[in-house]
Write a protein that binds this ligand. Structure first.
Ligand SMILES: Nc1ncnc2c1ncn2[C@@H]1O[C@H](COP(=O)(O)OP(=O)(O)OP(=O)(O)O)[C@@H](O)[C@H]1O
Length: 236
């Protein structure tokens, strides 16, 4: 995916300011403050918001020239804030997503959620709902996957399982989240974002105390764990 010079305003407020982004193979993460426009940008890149300026191409085709079914084969999108499933069963959610007839029960087994298959979605806990929705998106098996805050509500075990699943997947992910430790382990590319613009892009090496302070306006301390991974500790 290649997005060039994307700008977007909600009524009077310009939220995205001339952003150019590449979404390549692997895991790309967008890190920035609350209200800075990350979710809006994901909706633009995934074709849900259309009246932006700039251009977005997938494999050389402008997204504006693709049909709804072409887009649905190309990309999938997760955002728990806008889920609408309510009384629909977990099984039906997977059946709607399972266009390639894959065995999705292995995912449910992996999260210990097999016994929830027949339940209505609203009888699951917040974390269970979150896992089911992320899994339903992965079941679509599209090459591009946009995840808006996939690690919200997840306990440490579910978080570890989801990290492993994403790392093992052949799909390409574009993730927005505020869990910086998890992103630092997952990310192949990091985009630091503030006030509607990409401030810096590069590898996990970008997660420095200075860069994070610049983005969020608060102090951090960076430590290395025994595996050499970065651990970011916010200094309160
Ligand atoms: N549908 C909308 N109509 C009008 N303004 C909106 C709409 N959605 C978002 N905004 C505004 O756009 C700005 C960016 O919102 P957005 O949800 O994209 O930020 P974000 O970076 O994803 O935030 P967070 O990290 O808190 O989820 C905010 O000021 C918000 O109030």
């Amino acid at each position: 995916m290649k997005a060039d010079n994307i700008s977007y305003s909600y009524e009077k407020e310009q939220v995205i300011k001339d952003v150019s982004i590449r979404f390549d193979v692997g895991v790309t993460t967008l890190i920035g403050p609350n209200g800075s426009g990350k979710s809006t940008l994901l909706k633009i890149l995934s074709g849900q918001i259309k009246n932006y300026s700039g251009s977005i191409e997938y494999d050389g085709d402008n997204i504006k020239n693709l049909s709804v079914s072409q887009i649905s084969r190309l990309l999938s999108y997760f955002n728990q804030k806008e889920q609408i499933y309510g009384l629909i069963s977990v099984e039906s959610i997977f059946e709607m997503s399972n266009l390639k007839n894959i065995d999705y029960t292995k995912y449910l087994d992996y999260f210990g959620l097999t016994d929830k298959l027949k339940l209505p979605f609203n009888q699951l806990s917040g974390g269970q709902q979150q896992v089911i929705l992320v899994l339903a998106v992965m079941v679509e098996q599209t090459p591009y996957v946009y995840l808006d805050e996939p690690f919200n509500n997840l306990d440490p075990l579910y978080k570890a399982k989801l990290v492993k699943l994403i790392k093992r997947s052949e799909q390409n992910f574009f993730i927005v989240d505020h869990d910086l430790d998890t992103l630092s382990i997952l990310a192949d590319r990091i985009l630091l974002y503030k006030n509607g613009k990409i401030v810096k892009s590069g590898s996990v090496e970008l997660l420095t105390e200075n860069n994070l302070k610049n983005i969020f306006g608060t102090e951090f301390k960076i430590h290395q764990d025994v595996n050499g991974n970065r651990r970011l500790i916010q200094d309160f």
